[in-house]
Design a protein around this ligand. Structure first.
Ligand code: C5P
Length: 219
């Protein structure tokens, strides 16, 4: 890769879903193709950044030119993220499961007539909030995502404050938008200065625009 606007910068990207095992053959997960995360990793690498790409089992393959760290659970993703620090900027595009099954069964839960298994959940670490709220060693720029279906700006602005991140890229994932699993995205960037809505565009174009903004912010 040649000289880009992010040459010499180290950037972390999380992408894809996390899978949380129930037993050796079953899991719960969020829906995520990993397409937007892969596009962001690619755009950052094309700008010359050294990219650590921590990904759950996504549908879309990881981009070329990045260091890929494959994980399955949210707890593994947290450990991989911590191991990748320090970085100049971090983009949290993963669809992390909010909970894991408290006691993962070591053997397959048998189907028994007349009884249904009950699952108990425990909270997963909020990886974005942990990194955004760390003291020493915090990345200069921490970017989170917010998938919203209504009141996008209000909800995303509240999320930015709650998580303690610098920017939130909010996307409207209402049914009928075709964004979940699709090739386009419609996003609003929330910063400390307010919000700007970008015109609906391909996920690659959204990623390139974000990479450009990250380069400017790190300047
Ligand atoms: O709270 P919510 O899941 O809506 O927040 C979304 C943002 O937080 C995304 O950037 C996502 O990658 C990140 N996140 C995380 N760890 C979690 C939950 C969400 O990093 N456990």
């Amino acid at each position: 890769l040649g000289q880009g606007t992010l040459t010499g910068r180290r950037v972390l990207v999380t992408s894809g879903p996390t899978l949380e095992p129930i037993d050796p053959v079953r899991y719960i997960a969020n829906r995520s193709s990993g397409a937007q995360g892969a596009a962001i990793g690619r755009a950052l690498a094309e700008q010359g950044a050294e990219v650590v790409f921590v990904t759950g089992p996504a549908t879309v393959p990881p981009p070329a030119g990045v260091t890929v760290v494959r994980v399955e659970t949210a707890r593994q993703m947290r450990d991989a993220v911590q191991a990748a620090l320090p970085v100049d900027a971090a983009v949290f595009a993963a669809a992390v499961a909010d909970w894991h099954v408290e006691e993962e069964a070591r053997s397959k839960i048998k189907k028994t007539a007349g009884t249904l298994p009950a699952l108990r959940f425990a909270e997963n670490p909020d990886i974005l909030a942990e990194v955004a709220q760390m003291g020493e060693g915090r990345p200069n720029l921490v970017v989170g995502f917010a998938a919203e279906t209504d009141d996008v700006v209000a909800h995303a602005t509240a999320k930015r404050a709650r998580k303690g991140c610098d920017w939130i890229l909010a996307n409207d994932v209402s049914p009928g938008t075709g964004i979940m699993g699709g090739t386009e995205n419609a996003v609003t960037l929330i910063t400390g200065d307010g919000s700007e809505t970008w015109e609906r565009a391909g996920k690659d174009a959204v990623a390139q625009r974000l990479a450009q903004r990250i380069a400017e912010a790190l300047q």
